[in-house]
Design a protein around this ligand. Structure first.
Ligand code: CP3
Length: 361
């Protein structure tokens, strides 16, 4: 089993988000949102009219501004540094383009042992120095109560983009490589895992107080295939990040059947999507790990009474137990009304945790 490096009692954090990551008691449930900066916000769209996604990320002053937008506008309990999971692929030699209405496109997909050998090893502090600078500035500018989250894509999710050449529905090219040439698959995963471990540690050294590993698409795999083809590589990344002493969030979608294996791979917090009930998932994982989630992002498009009822239902399922971070089960959708997101923050913050805890507290 993995080890959790928890803080010493005399160095317990005061920030509510960090406390929840370590399963320490809190006076309200912390809340933040995956993709909390983005197109659903007018402030973001105003900047995007003048700069591309990669231009924003490359300029620390712009990336800082965009990161701070949801903190100021929503009152969330954590900030997530503005960048994208595919960013480190560029210095590795991947020709990446974000195409409007299509998403990421990779013009030189990685499919052979030669393609893998051609991937350049990177030094994140140098090759992604803008990200590190953005993190350093954010730590100066963020309110002390709002910790900064760094992140990376997990090996499977990153490999799927490299191999498919972009987003995918069935991951057929990825799975074909995995099943037909496991040696090549594991070589690629080794390379991605090493890069990702270094990248997360660099973000932590620059000032990230928590890191999240996004394995967004790993739910495409069976539990056996997850254990055989993915778990050893995610373990390398999660172990390196955990050994620094910061909390690590391990997230994926459609993972109801993979949760135990993901917990085994590591992470002090497991991200849950809405396809499983939060209480069932937590009971199944065991209460020695924190959980994050798990509102369906589509509910932010629902009428306010429906939204409120579903937010409260998730809080009730957490039963006031220390170690719940409220979030969506996946990222905020571009069609979302900012008012609905703000309402969720208010409902979560106003919720009486002690009333919910059935006398446990
Ligand atoms: O606020 C935040 O959460 C931080 C910013 C962030 C972005 N991408 C910025 C972005 C984060 C955490 C990500 C993670 C990311 N990127 C993931 C994992 C989370 C998830 O959604 O599953 C994945 C799979 C990607 C890859 C990616 N980037 C896709 C598929 C797309 C196109 C789809 C889309 O949403 O546009 C992107 C582009 C992207 N990354 C945008 C943003 C704000 C949209 C760019 C724009 O402004 O046009």
């Amino acid at each position: 089993m993995e080890e959790h490096v928890s803080p010493q009692a005399d160095s317990e954090p005061t920030e509510v988000f960090l406390r929840a990551c370590w399963r320490l008691p809190v006076d309200h449930t912390p809340v933040w949102f995956m993709r909390q900066a983005g197109r659903y916000m007018a402030e973001y769209r105003a900047i995007r009219e003048r700069y591309s996604l990669l231009e924003i990320i490359a300029q620390p002053d712009l990336a800082v501004e965009v990161t701070l937008q949801p903190v100021q506008s929503l009152g969330v309990d954590a900030a997530i540094v503005f960048k994208d999971i595919l960013l480190p692929l560029i210095p590795m030699g991947i020709d990446l383009e974000y195409v409007k209405d299509k998403g990421p496109v990779i013009h030189n997909p990685v499919r052979t042992i030669q393609d893998i050998s051609a991937l350049r090893p990177i030094v994140p502090e140098d090759d992604l120095s803008n990200v590190m600078e953005t993190i350093q500035i954010l730590r100066q500018e963020l309110p002390a109560a709002v910790p900064l989250i760094g992140f990376a894509g997990a090996p499977f999710t990153i490999a799927s983009y490299m191999i498919e050449g972009g987003s995918s529905r069935h991951y057929l090219v990825t799975k074909s490589l995995m099943y037909s040439d496991p040696n090549t698959w594991h070589k690629l995963m080794d390379k991605i895992a090493q890069m990702t471990a270094d990248y997360l540690v660099a973000q932590i050294n620059a000032g990230a107080q928590v890191v999240q590993l996004f394995d967004s698409w790993v739910g495409a795999l069976s539990p056996d295939d997850y254990r055989q083809y993915v778990l050893p590589h995610s373990t390398v990344v999660l172990k390196a990040a955990s050994e620094t002493g910061v909390p690590v969030i391990h997230f994926g979608t459609a993972t109801a059947t993979l949760l135990k294996a993901m917990h085994q791979a590591g992470g002090s917090v497991i991200g849950l999507d809405w396809r499983i009930m939060l209480d069932q998932a937590w009971d199944h994982l065991g209460h020695d790990v924190a959980v994050q989630g798990n509102l369906d992002p589509a509910l932010l498009l629902a009428p306010m009474p429906v939204l409120e009822q579903r937010v409260v239902k998730i809080l009730e399922q957490a039963r006031g137990r220390p170690g719940h971070i409220f979030n969506l089960g996946h990222g905020v959708l571009p069609q979302t009304d900012v008012e609905s997101v703000r309402a969720v923050v208010e409902i979560v913050h106003a919720y009486e945790l002690h009333a919910a805890s059935n006398g446990e507290a």
